[in-house]
Write a protein that binds this ligand. Structure first.
Ligand code: CKP
Ligand code: MG
Length: 312
């Protein structure tokens, strides 16, 4: 396995019309979850990804399992839980620049994940363990589970990649800050967005914030700057990569996961960090041009032609 990731995936309902959701009559159903988005992105780019989770023993759980399995992601550690439902959420497009999400995920099957869902051998065989700040926000048992996965990864020399993915709707500020910093300290690579850096360290300066992340113990920090690209820094290298221009942002959700998939794919292919970051920016840009959180994730051919066209 190249990358193992752990987290909740939900059925995502998007109104077929723009505007307040109270006026929406028909919805499209899609599959979305930060960690499985990354696993799907990696699989499309030719890497082996495994996703650990729980879904309800229900029709939405089946849809999620078969969709993600169909993308070539290993789901052998995804449990069906008959005591709780699969979580769902809605994405409302009030207007093209005001997109909101509403969760119906409290007490979902995934929130019941616990330490026993983690298999040491499975983690030990991965090159990277990808985790995000969403999973520890779901419940105390999920928090403990992610900690266990991180400790096992460290024990077996698996690189830990952490995306803070701050979700204010899921927890109260103080606890979020404390727990996200706890994972920042355990991570080898941190992939924060600039607003998450500001939440954690009170500054929007990429250079200053990245130094603060490094001081917490990470060996590489890649700060996502939206359409302005990304800034990366490690003890040995640092630099800035420009963002890719997109004709129109159709749906911004999932950009960060696309970035993580592109970046990790570049690292797995042995690219220089700057090129891996560029690949992350390219995949993030491709995701926002298409509605849905995973629909815009490219395969290698589409990715290469996008990067080539952008450089012409
Ligand atoms: O940070 P991103 O916009 O890339 O993350 C989007 C995902 O897991 C989305 O698919 C949703 O299911 C979630 O983040 C979430 O729980 O908010
Ligand atoms: Mg994100």
């Amino acid at each position: 396995m190249d990358v193992v990731t752990i987290g909740e995936t939900m059925l995502l309902f998007t109104p077929d019309s723009i505007g307040l959701m109270r006026h929406a009559n028909t919805f499209s159903a899609k599959v979305a979850g930060a960690e499985s988005n990354v696993a799907i992105g990696l699989s499309r780019l030719g890497h082996k990804a495994g996703w650990i989770s729980r879904v309800g023993d229900d029709e939405f759980g089946e849809k999620i399992r078969s969709f993600i399995r169909g993308e070539g992601v290993d789901i052998s550690l995804v449990k069906k839980d008959s005591t709780a439902p699969t979580g769902i959420f809605f994405k409302e497009f009030r207007n093209p620049s005001d997109v909101r999400v509403y969760y119906y995920r409290k007490h979902s099957a995934a929130s019941l994940m616990c330490k026993e869902d983690i298999n040491e051998e499975y983690i030990s065989k991965a090159k990277y363990l990808h985790i995000t700040g969403i999973t520890p926000a779901l419940s105390d048992s999920c928090h403990e589970m992610v900690l266990k996965a991180v400790h096992l990864a460290k024990k077996h020399g698996v690189t830990v990649v952490f995306d803070p993915n701050l979700r204010r709707k899921l927890w109260e500020e103080e606890r979020a800050r404390r727990v996200l910093l706890e994972f920042v300290r355990h991570a080898d690579i941190v992939l924060p967005g600039i607003s998450e850096a500001e939440f954690l360290f009170g500054s929007r300066d990429p250079v200053e914030c990245s130094e603060l992340f490094l001081k917490q113990g990470a060996s590489l920090v890649v700060m996502k700057l939206g359409n302005k690209g990304a800034y990366y820094v490690s003890e040995k290298v640092n630099g800035r990569v420009d963002g890719f221009k997109v004709p129109q942002v159709v749906d911004p959700v999932g950009a960060g996961d696309g970035f993580a998939a592109g970046f990790l794919s570049g690292m797995l292919d042995g690219l220089h960090v700057s090129q891996a970051v560029e690949r992350g920016c390219a995949v993030g840009a491709m995701v926002v041009m298409v509605p849905g959180d995973v629909e815009g994730l490219p395969d290698q051919a589409a990715l290469q032609s996008f990067i080539t066209a952008a450089k012409d």
